[in-house]
Design a protein around this ligand. Structure first.
Ligand SMILES: Nc1ncnc2c1ncn2[C@@H]1O[C@H](COP(=O)(O)OP(=O)(O)OP(=O)(O)O)[C@@H](O)[C@H]1O
Ligand SMILES: [Mg+2]
Length: 237
């Protein structure tokens, strides 16, 4: 599904150069649920933002379903990012004055879909994250975990090829974190959603199938669980 080859992202030049990513290569198969771990500053956010086409790499290759995304013209890359990539931020990034449903369907309305169709899609996405009964609540009337689940609903409403999440539980207590991780797990197992999630917490890794560890912009660990290899994954790129 994803193939990354020798990905580099350098900031600055000369003596002050920061090698945020220093030659990263890996493949992610369809339906994998991958955690990216590593110390602060190891390059996790930089990697995720490049994979989600929110930032450019300095060099390297990146293909999604055979599509060489770095070679696409900017307009096509933007279109791909908007329509095929789901991204969940640490701080939810919800509009405070909008209801849960409106937060989910605002993007699809911007794409020109009708309100009725967009609302239907939003309810379907809210249902998948266990919030079908709260479409009219504004963010202030929701718990942290519920807010993050609205943000996940927004990200999955466009049925993305891949869902990226950068420390989605960083602002949540253990209970709310569990709810959010259960939602990711169900999206992955029931709906086959490919997910790449950055996390600092070791206990989160029990929800995932594979852990990639970064250190100073390089991969120093890549561990797949046997269960996943045998049962869950299709050998499909
Ligand atoms: N815009 C930037 N300009 C210069 N250096 C940057 C920039 N963004 C990130 N860096 C540097 O790149 C390295 C990787 O940063 P990144 O944000 O990817 O780390 P991270 O693993 O996500 O850390 P954290 O766990 O704290 O979120 C760090 O050394 C950081 O200081
Ligand atoms: Mg980060």
């Amino acid at each position: 599904m994803i193939i990354v080859k020798d990905l580099k992202r350098y900031y600055g030049t000369g003596a002050t150069i920061v090698k945020a990513l220093d030659g990263i290569s890996f493949e992610i198969k369809k339906k994998e649920f991958v955690a990216i771990m590593g110390a602060s500053g190891s390059g996790k956010t930089t990697l995720l933002r490049i994979l989600a086409l929110l930032d450019d790499a300095t060099s390297g290759e990146y293909t999604i379903r055979g599509l060489e995304v770095f070679s696409l013209p900017e307009a096509e890359r933007s279109y791909y990012r908007l329509t095929q990539v789901g991204y969940v931020f640490q701080d939810y990034a919800l509009m405070n004055e909008m209801s849960a449903a409106e937060n989910v369907y605002v993007l699809s309305m911007m794409e020109g879909k009708s309100k009725k169709e967009s609302y239907g899609t939003a309810l379907e996405a809210l249902d998948k994250v266990g919030l079908r009964d709260k479409p009219d609540r504004v963010p202030d009337e929701l718990s942290g975990g519920e807010k993050q689940r609205v943000a996940i609903a927004r990200a999955i409403s466009k049925k993305p090829d891949i869902l990226f999440a950068d420390e989605p539980c960083a602002n949540l207590d253990t209970n709310n974190s569990k709810q959010v991780l259960e939602v990711f797990k169900e999206l992955n197992e029931k709906f086959g959603q490919t997910i790449v999630m950055v996390t600092h917490e070791l206990w989160h890794t029990k929800y995932v199938d594979r852990v990639i560890t970064l250190e100073d912009g390089k991969i120093v660990g890549d561990e797949r669980k046997k269960r996943f290899r045998k049962v869950h994954i299709k050998e499909e790129l």
